[in-house]
Structure formats: structure tokens, C-alpha cells
Design a protein. Structure first.
Length: 528
């Protein structure tokens, strides 16, 4: 009798199992810890391929329920020629009901050929276990897998799986044989967010989002534009070549930005706006409210770093109050570490702004603090301009300071600048030493001379170098030092010839390595 009851139970269990969900062969959901969660389905739905004639709708059940954390997507990897609708349901009953309302529904469509990865944003706390996929407007969909991944907004032509990744709300407008050349996407959300753009080859970008912007971008150099430059809900992006990516960087308190995009940024409240240079992201760029505010943060540092009679020591306020610092600034990590470490070991009373600056330098890795409290250099640089400068001067200052940031971080560029200085003839070397001394640099510091030579040569276009030096600097030096005027007049030809040759060499490097050029360390332009 017991054996009969056992046999009946086994038969009943087998019957129930045959009606329950079974694993879909080769289909799983990848978890963020690297694990794989099996995808199950009733036998009729246990397929990876949807067909418009045979099975345009399939329903799946994950082996266990998941609850989404904030900032995560459900990724669907699929090869299809159709539109898909993904729906999430609260429970199995609703999944199989005819007219049940889903907890989430997302239409997925793109005019692409081949595999792609769609992203569906999940709300924090969203339950994920019961889902369906429905095909329309095409013939097939080959399912490649699901994944739970950190939020992705925008477009990537080649994601980690080797095929395009399409964020929510993306519209592909135009495709060429090489790929997507025009798309529309939501304006980046968040005060510090930036739109990050890259191309498959060198080309021109056009962006419409309240204003029209253009930029020439090299294939290996992304362009970042702070979200605050755009108005409206969406941005249309077009390119003369295929787009490699149009993604969002959250900013982390300092938006990534093209340098000339910073010059186009709207007015801000507070003492400054802080950015990171898109080409050298460890470079902090301060846009100060005015010269007075800038001085409170950087004046003492300027004297410590570059001023004759002050370099290497911490001057009290009373000693430098009546003296001019700079209208724009640049400092490498080594100088910043030396300044703040001397202040620490000597108990020098820094002001509130200098203390605030130290916190920022530590936060972004420009400086590092050891366990014993001592400070050492990290990476990157800081540069600054001020809103008090007129627009034309802000552009010149930004390019000048950016050249310094590049000098600090690009060994090959720095070596080129050193070679150019060391190769100067007597007339040109004397001119540059007198020029820099007149501007109150400590010319006994050879590293500073290398650095300033290149910056003054590339702060304007190569075509304007001779006019800048010949019509501006030399006449002002002659007026300041009348006894030298005859020598300046006699040496002018040699000085300008050497300067033009050196500026051309520097400009050639900028173009070849960085996609920049003298007088244009930023790439973004605003159209009238």
C-alpha cells in the first residue's frame, strides 16, 4: 500500500514539474557580482528566438526575485529586426493574465542591423522576476541574454559585448554605412553632469540644445560639454563621421568640460565654478567670480611659486597686500604639495579660502595625505581664470594656462619646450629673459623659463605670434627700458623669426598629439 501511495506522489510531482517553468537553454541574467541567474519559462515559451508568426510573445521567470538598487538598468541583449516591448509584472498571476497592467513597460526599437544592447532603467526597489517580451513590426528577435548593470544613458557604438548599447529615451535619427551619424537624447540631468562625445574618425560635431554648438574633434579625443550649456529637454547631435559614443559623465562636483565650453558657461553663484579639463581630467579648472576672490585662494601661492624674492617662502598678508599676483594661474602638484606642506610644518596661518582649496586638492587627487598627516603630490594640475577679465582676455588666459597644464603633464611636450629654450640664440634668449623679468617672473628658475616660453608662444595662433611680440611686447619693453630700445630694434627680426619657428614646432605637436592648436586649446564654438 505504501509503495502505491509513493508511486502516485511521484507521478503527481512529475506532472506538476512538466507544467512548471523550465530553464531556457543558453539564456540567463548576468548579475553585478559576476554570477548568472537562470531564466525559466513554461515549456512553450522556453525559446531564445521570437518569431512574428509562431511565437511573437514569450514570458519568462527568473529563478529568484531581485530587488533593484538605485541607479541600475535591466539590459536586454538581442539581435532583431523588429520593435520589442519589454514588460515587468508583480507576480506570476499577472504575468500570465490576459489584460494585467505591467509594473513597467518599455518599447525598444532602433534602425540597426545585428545585435544591440537595450537599457531599461529600474526604479529603486523595483521587483524583478516576472517579465515578457513581445515582437512587432518585424520578423524575429534572437535573445542573447539579460544583465543587471549600473545606469547607462546615451549611446555607445561598441559596448563591452562588442555591439551598440542604447540607453533609455535614445532616438537614432540617421545612419551611414559606418554607423550612427545623428541622434537625439535627453539633456543630461544633474548640476554637475556633462555630455561626453567621441567619434570613430576625426570630424565635425553639431549640437542643438537651445543653442547651436560646433566642434572639430579627433578620433581619439573625447569632447565634454557641461549640461548647463543646454536648455530644453533634449539634445540633437550630428556628425560628419560615425559617432563612437554620446554618454553622460556625472561630474562628481566638477563637470568634465572642453576649455572653451567653460568660457561659454552661464553665470554662477558663489566664489567660483569648478571644472575638470576633458582632455586631461585630473586638471582642475577654476572660473573665479573676480580677481579679488581669486586672490584670496591663490595670491600667496603665486608669490611662493614664481615671484622673485618670494619664491619658496610663505609671505604674510601684510607683505603682499599691495602687490599684484596674476590675473590667471597655474600650478602643478609638486608646487602645491610644497606650499601646503610648508604651511603645515611651520604652522603658518592659511586663510579660509586656502584651506578650502586644500580640501579640493585632496578630494580630486591633486594632492595626497600620508597617515602621519604630511602632504605629497598626486597628479594633474590646477589652472584658473576670472570672470572679471573681458571675453577676449579670458580666451587668451585660458589657452595660456592650459598650455602650462599640458607642460606639467605631457613629458614629450615639456621636453620639446626645453629643447626650444636651450636652442635659443643670444638675441632671442636675452629678449625672453628680459620679457619674463619685466612681467615679474623669477628668471633664475630655468623650469619656469621653459614653461613660460611655450605658453606665451601658443596662447595665440601661430599667425599672430609676430604681431603679438613685434607690435605689443617689444614696444612695451622699449618704453619700459629706453636704454634697450636700440637693441630691441636691431634684434627684432631675429627675435620674431625664432619665435615664429618655435611656435610652429609647438603648434605641430599640439595638432598631432592632442587635436588642438596654438590659440585654440578648446574646441567648442557657439554659432550665432
Amino acid at each position: 500500500m505504501k509503495s502505491i501511495r509513493l508511486l502516485l506522489l511521484l507521478l503527481l510531482g512529475a506532472g506538476m514539474a512538466s507544467c512548471g517553468p523550465v530553464p531556457v537553454d543558453g539564456l540567463s541574467l548576468s548579475l553585478r557580482d559576476g554570477g548568472e541567474l537562470p531564466v525559466l519559462a513554461r515549456k512553450a515559451d522556453a525559446v531564445k528566438r521570437l518569431d512574428s508568426q509562431k511565437n511573437p510573445l514569450v514570458r519568462f521567470v527568473l529563478q529568484k526575485a531581485l530587488v533593484a538598487d538605485a541607479g541600475f538598468d535591466l539590459a536586454l541583449r538581442v539581435d532583431t529586426d523588429a520593435k520589442l516591448t519589454l514588460r515587468l509584472y508583480a507576480d506570476a498571476k499577472e504575468l500570465y493574465a490576459k489584460d494585467a497592467a505591467p509594473a513597467l513597460s518599455a518599447g525598444l526599437a532602433a534602425p540597426l542591423i545585428g545585435p544591440r544592447e537595450y537599457r531599461v532603467p529600474l526604479a529603486a526597489g523595483q521587483s524583478l522576476q516576472y517579465l515578457s517580451l513581445e515582437l512587432s513590426g518585424g520578423s524575429y528577435a534572437e535573445l542573447l541574454g539579460f544583465a543587471l548593470l549600473p545606469r547607462f544613458d546615451g549611446y555607445s557604438a561598441k559596448g563591452p559585448q562588442g555591439y551598440p548599447v542604447l540607453g533609455a529615451g535614445l532616438e537614432l535619427i540617421e545612419l551611414s554605412d559606418a554607423g550612427v551619424v545623428s541622434l537625439s537624447m535627453a539633456r543630461p540631468a544633474g548640476e554637475d553632469a556633462s555630455l561626453l562625445l567621441s567619434l570613430n574618425a576625426s570630424g565635425e560635431l553639431r549640437l542643438q540644445g537651445g543653442a547651436l554648438y560646433t566642434a572639430l574633434v579627433d578620433a581619439d579625443a573625447s569632447l565634454a560639454i557641461p549640461a548647463k550649456l543646454f536648455s530644453g529637454a533634449r539634445i540633437t547631435i550630428s556628425s560628419t563621421v560615425a559617432l563612437a559614443g554620446a554618454t553622460i559623465d556625472s561630474g562628481n562636483g566638477a563637470p568634465l568640460s572642453d576649455l572653451h565650453a567653460i568660457l561659454l558657461s552661464p553665470a554662477f553663484s558663489g566664489n567660483y565654478a569648478l571644472f575638470r579639463w576633458d582632455l586631461l581630467p585630473y586638471t582642475l579648472v577654476f572660473d573665479f567670480k573676480d580677481y579679488g576672490v581669486q586672490d584670496r585662494y591663490l595670491k600667496r601661492l603665486a608669490f611662493f611659486a614664481e615671484k622673485p624674492g618670494f619664491r619658496g617662502r610663505l609671505a604674510p598678508d601684510r607683505e603682499i597686500a599691495a602687490l599684484h599676483a596674476w590675473n590667471a594661474h597655474d600650478y602643478p602638484p609638486a608646487t602645491l604639495a610644497a606650499f601646503y606642506e610648508l604651511a603645515r610644518t611651520s604652522a603658518f596661518p592659511l586663510n579660509a579660502e586656502e584651506t578650502e582649496l586644500l580640501a579640493l586638492l585632496l578630494r580630486y587627487g591633486v594632492l595626497e595625505r600620508r597617515g602621519d598627516g604630511s602632504l605629497l603630490e598626486g597628479r594633474g594640475a590646477i589652472i584658473s581664470v576670472a570672470r572679471e577679465s573681458p571675453d577676449w582676455q579670458r580666451r587668451t588666459f585660458m589657452d595660456h594656462e592650459a598650455a602650462h597644464a599640458l607642460f606639467f603633464q605631457d613629458d614629450a611636450y615639456r621636453s620639446l619646450a626645453e629643447r626650444l629654450w636651450d636652442a635659443l640664440g643670444q638675441a632671442s634668449r636675452q629678449f625672453w629673459l628680459e620679457h619674463l623679468a619685466w612681467r615679474n617672473y623669477d628668471i633664475s628658475h630655468k623650469y619656469l623659463n621653459y614653461n613660460e616660453l611655450q605658453a606665451y608662444l601658443v596662447q595665440q595662433s601661430v599667425s599672430r605670434v609676430e604681431a603679438y611680440l613685434g607690435d605689443n611686447v617689444l614696444p612695451r619693453l622699449a618704453a619700459a627700458y629706453p636704454q634697450r630700445a636700440p637693441r630691441y630694434a636691431a634684434d627684432k627680426g631675429r627675435i620674431l623669426t625664432d619665435a615664429l619657428a618655435d611656435a610652429t614646432s609647438l603648434d605641430g605637436y599640439l595638432r598631432a598629439r592632442w587635436g588642438l592648436r596654438a590659440g585654440a586649446f578648446g574646441r567648442l564654438r557657439k554659432s550665432p
